[in-house]
Design a protein around this ligand. Sequence first.
Ligand SMILES: Nc1ncnc2c1ncn2[C@@H]1O[C@H](COP(=O)(O)OP(=O)(O)OP(=O)(O)O)[C@@H](O)[C@H]1O
Ligand SMILES: [Mg+2]
Length: 288
Amino acid sequence: MKLVIKDLHVNVETKENVENNKTTSIEILKGVNLELNTGEMHAIMGPNGTGKSTLASVIMGDPRYIVTQGEITLDGEDVLTMSVDERSRKGIFLAMQYPNEIQGITNSDFIKSAMQVRLGKDKHISLFKFIKEMEKSVSELKMNSDLPHRYINEGFSGGEKKRNEILQMKMLKPNFAILDEIDSGLDVDALKIVGENVDAMKGENFCSLIITHYQRLLDYINVDHVHIMVDGRIVLSGGKELIQKIDQEGYDWIKAELGIDPKINQEYLTRSVSLGSCALNTNNSEKK
Ligand SMILES: Nc1ncnc2c1ncn2[C@@H]1O[C@H](COP(=O)(O)OP(=O)(O)OP(=O)(O)O)[C@@H](O)[C@H]1O
Ligand SMILES: [Mg+2]
C-alpha cells in the first residue's frame, strides 16, 4: 500500500483577540511532500513547532485543521474526503503525542470494538482469541495486567499512556502507524520495550512514520528513511546517518546549508535535498 502526501498546505484558525472573539487563520504546513510505502519505516525529526504533530493530525483527519492546497491519497484514493473512522478502517493509525483520557470505556472494550468493526457485521471476534492476544501484547509491552480493564488512560502515568498507544497499535495491526513522540516520558527500560515492539511490527503490510526528537528511540527501531521538517516543510530527506548528526549538532547546520531564513530565502525551503548533495558536502558553500 502507498500513502502519498502532495504539496500539502494546512491552516489553523486561532483566536486573535479574546475580547472580541476575532479569529485569524495561520498557515502551519506550507507544502509537505512525502511518500510512504508498506514495508518501509520512516522517521520525522524537526525543531519544536514546525508542524510535525499538525501533519499527523491532518493525516488522521482532525477537523481543527483546514487543508487549503494539496492532497493525501491511499492507493490512489482521496483520504481527505474520508471520515476519521474510515481512515482508521482503511489502516491508518495515530499514536497521539498527548493521548486523551476517556472515562466510562475500558481499554479492552475500546480495542475489541475497533477490531470488531474491521471484521464487518458477519464475523465476530472470538473472545478467547481476543483475550489471549491482549494478554500476549500486554506482556510483551511489560504493562501492568490491570491496565486493559481500566478506563482509557484514566489516571495512567505518562509512560503508561504511551505504552497504551502502542498496545492499541499491536492489537489493531494498522498498515500505516503514525507515532507522535511515543518516546516522550518513557524511562530507559520502557523506551527499549516500546522501541523493540515497534520494530517487531516491521513487515510487508506495515509502515511507520515515527515522529521523535531523539536518537535514543531510533536506536531500537531500524528506520529506512529520515525526514527533517522545518517551518512547515520537509526540507531534507536521507538515511539513518541523519539521526546521529541531528542528535550531535542540532538543526542549525541544515538551516545554514539550505540557507533557511523564511524572509530571505523562501525558494530553498521548497526543495527536498538529498544528504549526499547537502549535509556531507560541508566544504562546498554553493547551494544545491
Ligand atoms: N489548534 C491549533 N491552534 C493554534 N495553533 C496551533 C494549533 N495547532 C498547531 N498550532 C501551531 O502550529 C505550529 C506547529 O505545531 P505542531 O504541534 O504541529 O508542532 P510540532 O512540530 O509537533 O512541535 P513539537 O516538536 O513541539 O511537538 C505551532 O506554532 C503551534 O502553536
Ligand atoms: Mg508535536
